[in-house]
Design a protein around this ligand. Structure first.
Ligand code: SAM
Length: 286
């Protein structure tokens, strides 16, 4: 891939631009996606293309979404000769993923059942929008199976934390509702240019939604989780009373076998879901 001339190497900190400069780490990150030879990969924020270059040579189809206009144009030039690579200039938080990954009009013939192929996702993320990107990927999880992301180390710890541990919180509960989370390896600031102030960890999320098994009302359960983790130091009772009447809350806690003085971070997803179901049932009965 042609090198980008130094004069055009303008870094935009507002876009979280810390470019990976450790080639061995780039290879390891791509290899964490498993066998991609016969599938589709979505790359979030390809930047100067360090991961893109490896992916382009290894996968059947690569779709890379880059917000920075200049970088997107450079990527288009650099990967113009790869028929399997599509560079989209856009915001991963607002781009219509149904248009990118959904069935195309006229793509099905009567009598032919379409087996939707799931894409794998990779990205060295702009750290300040990690949670938003994850929530979006979970919302469109029907299109994805494996997700390998480079995130701030503390965020990786929170994503993978188990209930009862100090790192467990809303992000852990939400991620574990939709995926199995594995921390893979950690990189020092020197692996990037310019170096960030923090360490970074590669995580693998394997989509395995527990929503269908645990609750009927998915948006309602997400709102309930947000409320129960509302203020970290407060008990479940004090957080939940902001959204539920005391009498109803007391009955539901009792029904689910949850002590009101516990904090949300000690509850397993199963227990949280049991409490949410008891609250929903009590609400519809009242
Ligand atoms: N993948 C490259 C690497 O590893 O060197 C770049 C990683 S850099 C941490 C994050 C990249 O995401 C930057 O290229 C930035 O311009 C891009 N970016 C920032 N916000 C974005 C968004 N909302 N949608 C798509 N790309 C975004």
């Amino acid at each position: 891939m042609p090198r980008v001339p130094a004069a055009r190497r303008i870094v935009k900190p507002k876009l979280g631009q810390h470019f990976l400069v450790d080639g061995a780490a780039a290879l390891r990150i791509v290899e964490s996606l498993g066998d991609i030879s016969d599938g589709t990969v979505l790359e979030i924020g390809p930047g100067r293309g360090v991961l893109t270059e490896i992916l382009a040579k290894r996968t059947r189809r690569l779709i890379a979404i880059e917000l920075d206009r200049v970088l997107a144009a450079q990527l288009r030039m650099n990967f113009g000769l790869y028929p399997n690579v599509e560079i989209i200039e856009g915001d991963v938080l607002s781009i219509d993923l149904d248009t990118v990954f959904g069935p195309k009009p006229g793509s099905t013939r009567p009598g032919i059942v379409q087996t939707a192929e799931k894409a794998r996702v990779i990205g060295n993320l702009p750290y300040f929008i990690t949670s938003d990107i994850l929530l979006r990927l979970f919302r469109y999880r029907r299109y994805f199976d494996e997700i390998v992301l480079l995130v701030q180390k503390e965020v990786a710890d929170r994503l993978a934390a188990k209930p009862g541990k100090s790192d467990y919180g809303l992000l852990s509960a939400t991620a574990q509702l939709y995926a199995r989370v594995q921390k893979l390896f950690t990189l020092p600031p020197g692996a990037f240019s310019p170096p960030p102030k923090v360490y970074s960890t590669v995580v693998r999320l394997t989509i395995a939604s527990r929503v269908e098994e645990l609750v009927r009302d998915e948006p309602g359960f997400i709102a309930f989780l947000k409320l129960s983790f509302g203020q970290k130091r407060k008990t479940l009772w004090n957080n939940l009373k902001l959204g539920y009447e005391a009498e109803l809350l007391r009955a539901a806690l009792d029904e689910a076998g949850v002590k009101p003085n516990l904090r949300a971070e000690v509850l397993s997803l199963e227990k949280s879901a049991a409490l949410f179901r008891a609250l929903s049932d009590a609400k519809s009965a009242s």
